[in-house]
Design a protein around this ligand. Structure first.
Ligand code: FES
Length: 401
């Protein structure tokens, strides 16, 4: 281990390398500050350290200069380099010390007090996390769905909704909202079909990050929807809506269950399990599986399989919660298949949407989190192990939903 001689040291610059600041370019900021110090031969005078989250994520990237105790929000390279010379523009200052008094920069929010003075009674919040879509209608559906659940939720609970990506508020902002409204306990419930990267890593990462900010708030984590009995009820009623009597035998009908598709083999495996269990509950000869992306079989391949197996009628059955870009794409595909295979009747069923059974599942997931029986807590532990072994940086890499 290094032992620096710090006798010449006059200043200590701390550069936030917490998850949010890292996403906003803290790595570059760190490099620029260290480079500026080096070229001006200030290494003996200015020491730098990377830190974890400093609890001012909104002001990313956060840099703190001691002993003056100036907090900066570094948005670009010029500011990063100016911090070294204490010449950064006032706009970049979050907090400074003036005449022994701590002053907040003009355009900075006040933030919330670190510790609440034990005033109100315990307040529990439930934070639903939707995936988020580039199609605003999909996000509206998530919000509307949570609104519809409200009637069945204990009115003393604080209910908020946020999104993993493509829509706001994001999870961090959702948690912040709950805290601002006085929550002591936050139960984070994913509105997600299959247990994969988002529910195994991304949401746990946000929760673990939030715990650093809010050490006196308790977090729990709900399970994804997964392979749940009610899901088959939803799928069957969507099939009935397009004219399939699920109690009858259908000789020439094929169901093509279509999922989003992902890179988690277990999630893709769960999807196959669902299509098999659906087959068990129906009286059709063929239930095929297909994915909209990332993995195969593709929807084209799925349709071709059904046709080759002799189906006279194919029902495309989306395994999707809400509308979005992929649902729109799927509808276009159905039109195309009707042209390509005029001898086959091709139907497309509705996605889950506002199905009442979806509400049942989500309420069950919420209650498990509230009463401490959610296996989501294991996911948090697994994530901590994973982060320890592999390191973890939040990023997204897949296509639109
Ligand atoms: S990650 Fe930098 S302040 Fe939170």
């Amino acid at each position: 281990m290094t032992t620096w001689n710090l006798s010449q040291m006059e200043r200590h610059i701390m550069i936030c390398n917490g998850a949010t600041c890292m996403r906003a370019g803290a790595e570059d900021v760190t490099g620029q500050i260290r480079d500026e110090i080096r070229i001006h031969r200030l290494d003996e005078k200015i020491h730098t350290s990377r830190t974890r989250c400093n609890g001012r994520c909104k002001d990313k990237c956060v840099v703190i200069d001691y002993p003056k105790g100036t907090w900066y929000s570094v948005q670009d390279e010029d500011v990063a380099r100016a911090v070294v010379h204490e010449s950064a523009n006032r706009d970049a200052v979050i907090y400074s010390m003036e005449n022994g008094e701590r002053k907040r920069g003009e355009n900075r929010i006040k933030g919330i007090n670190k510790y609440k003075k034990g005033n109100s009674s315990m307040k529990k919040a439930v934070l639903f996390v939707g995936h988020g879509s580039r199609l605003q209608a999909g996000n509206e559906e998530v919000l509307q769905f949570v609104e519809m659940m409200r009637a069945d939720i204990d009115p003393t609970l604080l209910i908020e909704t946020c999104f993993l990506e493509f829509a706001s508020p994001n999870i961090e902002e959702g948690i912040q909202k709950c805290v601002e409204k006085g929550a002591d306990e936050i139960h984070v419930i994913p509105i997600i079909l299959l247990h994969a990267g988002h529910s195994k890593l991304h949401i746990p990462a946000e929760i673990e990050h939030a715990k650093e900010h809010f050490p006196d708030i308790q977090f729990t984590y709900g399970q994804t929807i997964g392979v749940h009995e009610e899901v088959f009820e939803i799928l069957k009623s969507r099939l009935e809506e397009v004219g399939l009597d699920v109690k009858e035998k259908h000789e020439d009908t094929a169901i093509l269950l279509i999922g989003r598709g992902g890179s988690d083999p277990y999630a893709n495996g769960d999807f196959y399990k669902i299509s098999r269990l659906l087959w068990e509950q129906l009286n059709v000869p063929i239930v095929e599986s297909a994915f909209m992306g990332v993995t195969t079989p593709s929807v084209d391949e799925g349709i071709n399989r059904c046709v080759k197996l002799g189906a006279k009628k194919i029902i495309m059955l989306p395994y999707f919660l809400f509308t979005g870009i992929l649902m729109e794409r799927m509808n276009k595909m159905a039109q195309q298949y009707r042209v390509t295979f005029p001898e086959v009747t091709i139907e497309i069923a509705e996605y889950f949407g506002y199905h009442p059974k979806l509400k049942t599942v989500l309420l069950e997931r919420m209650n498990q989190a509230l009463d401490g029986t959610s296996s989501g807590m294991d996911d948090l532990e697994n994530f901590r192990q994973y982060a320890k072994e592999h390191g973890y940086e939040h990023h997204h890499h897949h296509e639109h939903v």
